[in-house]
Ligand binder design. Structure first.
Ligand SMILES: [Zn+2]
Length: 295
């Protein structure tokens, strides 16, 4: 309940006694393409994030889990007080924050089923109104990704800092994703071009994390982090099996995204098996609680 007060303070709201209704927090969102800031109620923001971040064709319980993640993520950003342009709480740039789409933008993307999908997203958001994931009375860093490919990644393995609720967990639920397993082919010529000064005679994964993702590659005598290699060749994840042929490097990849936190396709798979959004969230985030802001 401490959290209710902290968020109320952070959003410049009058501090209310515990359990009482607070005004709905307002988000100042920086739109990175237009360079403008818009102000909107957090529940409207959450709907726009769900619309942008998860296929609306997903199961309702998966959309609810996504809504709770989006809201939690936003509340943490409010508290973190990071300086986004024009004094915004958050940006819609996926390189630092969550994607967001307005209803007008969503309609352009889904002209035929707009009303139906909008209603579905709105019902997922309103069914979880005010709900957040907390750890030690604070909103968690509710990270998520498209497809883990079998095991999620721990924050410690991905970024070197252990976060108790972001551990590696087994996921049997994301095999319907096109990216559960995928293959990329890189010509050895391109490999040489991008890894300057290297004739790439030899390439191997030199270090893996417990979840099976590569952490580091060795190209001849040069070491390169898996994250840099992924970026350089636009690969879906860092979970690879490499096979070198005469003129090509064949990469069998598992999953899509950094692999930390909630697996979105996994959330949909769990929902298809009848699991509710609370069970889904508890599977991907360890030792968390769900709290509800009363607004
Ligand atoms: Zn998964």
């Amino acid at each position: 309940m401490m959290m209710v007060l902290i968020i109320a303070i952070a959003a410049n709201l009058k501090v209310q006694p515990v359990q009482e209704t607070i005004p709905q927090p307002i988000i100042r969102l920086f739109l990175h393409q237009s360079g403008q800031v818009i102000e909107l109620e957090i529940e409207k923001y959450v709907a726009g994030v769900v619309a942008a971040e998860m296929p609306a064709s997903f199961e309702l319980e998966a959309l609810k889990a996504q809504a709770v993640c989006a809201r939690t993520y936003a509340c943490k950003k409010i508290l973190d007080r990071k300086p986004y342009p024009l004094n915004a709480n958050l940006s819609d740039d996926i390189n630092c924050c969550q994607a967001y789409v307005s209803w007008e933008g969503f309609q352009e993307l889904h002209p035929a089923r707009y009303e139906e999908l909008k209603e579905k997203i709105q019902s997922a958001v309103s069914a979880t109104r005010g709900e957040l994931i907390s750890y030690k009375d604070l909103p968690i860093d509710a990270l998520y990704h498209s497809t883990c490919g079998g095991y999620t990644e721990s924050a410690a393995a991905a970024w070197g800092s252990d976060i108790p609720y972001l551990q590696s967990v087994k996921c049997n639920y994301c095999s319907e994703s096109d990216y559960y397993e995928s293959t990329q082919v890189i010509s050895l010529g391109m490999l040489q071009d991008k890894l300057t000064g290297n004739d790439s005679a030899h390439i191997e994964i030199s270090q893996k994390s417990d979840s099976g993702r590569a952490r580091e590659l060795r190209v001849n005598d040069q070491l390169i982090s898996a994250g840099s290699f992924r970026q350089l060749f636009n690969l879906p994840s860092t979970n690879w099996e490499l096979k070198k042929e005469s003129k090509e490097l064949i990469i069998n990849s598992r999953g899509y995204g950094h692999g930390v936190g909630l697996c979105q396709y996994g959330a949909n798979g769990m929902a298809q098996q009848g699991k509710g959004y609370r069970q889904i969230l508890s599977h991907y985030y360890k030792n968390i609680r769900l709290e509800k802001l009363n607004y």
